[in-house]
Write a protein that binds this ligand. Sequence first.
Ligand code: DGL
Length: 297
Amino acid sequence: MTMAMDAATQTTDDSAVAPIAVFDSGLGGLTVVRALQQRLPAEKLVYFGDTARLPYGTKSPRTVLQFARQCLRFLMQINPKLLVVACNTVSATALESLRAEYSIPIIGVLTPGATAAVRVTRAAQANGPCVIGLIATEATIASNAYSLAVARLDGNIHLVGRACPLLVPLIEEGRSPDSAIVQAVLADYLEPIKSLHPPALILGCTHYPIFARAIQRFMGEATTLIDSADQTALVVSRRLATMRLLHPGGDDGGLTCYVTDQGLRFESLAGRFLGRPIAPPVGVDPEVLESAPVERP
Ligand code: DGL
């Protein structure tokens, strides 16, 4: 029996009302929080954004795993019933290592997005072979994790990916998707993918849904944008239902946010991601995360 299945056997009320932890390098994971709030409004959510050390997408897999381990160790103190890695970069480079270290279920954002893209592409293949488009961080593209996930689902579908390192800073800066600079950056990144006419384009970074309308406009209506946030929320709800760990009721489970830097900035931009204001986030000193040794099981 796997460790995740051990957790699945817990069905006490205490377990069901425990929070869902959501982890990202910064603000982007709030797109997953929004999808979770829509699908599972009674769930208590605790969010951790490692804003001091963002971006993860330009760092090596070793550093990403080290940062992720430190953040997860912090989050585990709240005894979550399930953890969502709401960061494609961490999902692509560190998920299996993290899963091996904890007994609670850890859901990433990569497989749900790849599954949805394959579904859309298979439907379009009737008219001839098609590729899946992917835009993501440098680390996610370099990991090849999406190509491998797609190949596992359908060996006949190829994926063409493009690293878009300028998008995360533009989004974290609160730039409008309609601004000239964002339009120019999108055109430069997307043109080579658009020329391949992909039926599906995976937004392989949890920040990118913020620019979804502008990306859709550029790609045209024949391309379906795959936002892994909705797919991930669906996977979370199914997993909790299977484990009989869905929260028993209530209207709004609430959201508590922790960040490692720039709490005020996080609070003011969070509304764009969530569509509603948040309570001031709690600050966590990254030195504290770094100084305590990470215990390896
Ligand atoms: N949220 C991260 C992701 O989904 C991107 C931000 C970063 O580079 O840290 O890959």
